[in-house]
Design a protein around this ligand. Sequence first.
Ligand SMILES: Cc1ncc(C[n+]2csc(CCOP(=O)(O)OP(=O)(O)O)c2C)c(N)n1
Ligand SMILES: [Mg+2]
Length: 158
Amino acid sequence: MGRCGVHRHDPDCLLGNYAFPVDGPGQWFHPSGYGTWVMLCRRSGAKLAAPARAVIALAGDFGVQFTLNELMTAVEAAQSLPLVVWNNGALGQIRDDMLAAGIPATAVVARTPDFAALATACGARGVRVKTAAALTDALRTALNCSGPTLIDVDAGNF
Ligand SMILES: Cc1ncc(C[n+]2csc(CCOP(=O)(O)OP(=O)(O)O)c2C)c(N)n1
Ligand SMILES: [Mg+2]
């Protein structure tokens, strides 16, 4: 997820890899290399391996759709797992890279499903938030719930 294009070391960068503060190893999992979209299975696996630790899954609105079926695994395992979906209605990184390269952004803006409803249909909790404060509240609640919560974040306000 992100909106940084080639400016990945920009202090305003929203790319999780650069923006998320960690103070030790084993706290940030990213599919380095090809950056393959495997977010939900990996976080669900991390929660299985370390059930006492708080685990949060973070994905873009298109990346999450590749492994959203794994939400069922988290539901079956009753994993207390917030799944934060950064919803910008776009394949944002690809769009930004196209624009940064001076080529027209093609086929990178598309409709996304109602993620909160989709989560509910899977037996998970689903909420939509529009502000940082609401996101904080939703995360606190989700970490204290049994079972996963999909938090659909309207990126337009950030
Ligand atoms: C399986 C797979 N296919 C394609 C890509 C290439 N790719 C990297 S970022 C990206 C767009 C990501 O869109 P989204 O998940 O909505 O995140 P955003 O950049 O909008 O925050 C794509 C297609 C990939 N990383 N993994
Ligand atoms: Mg996106």
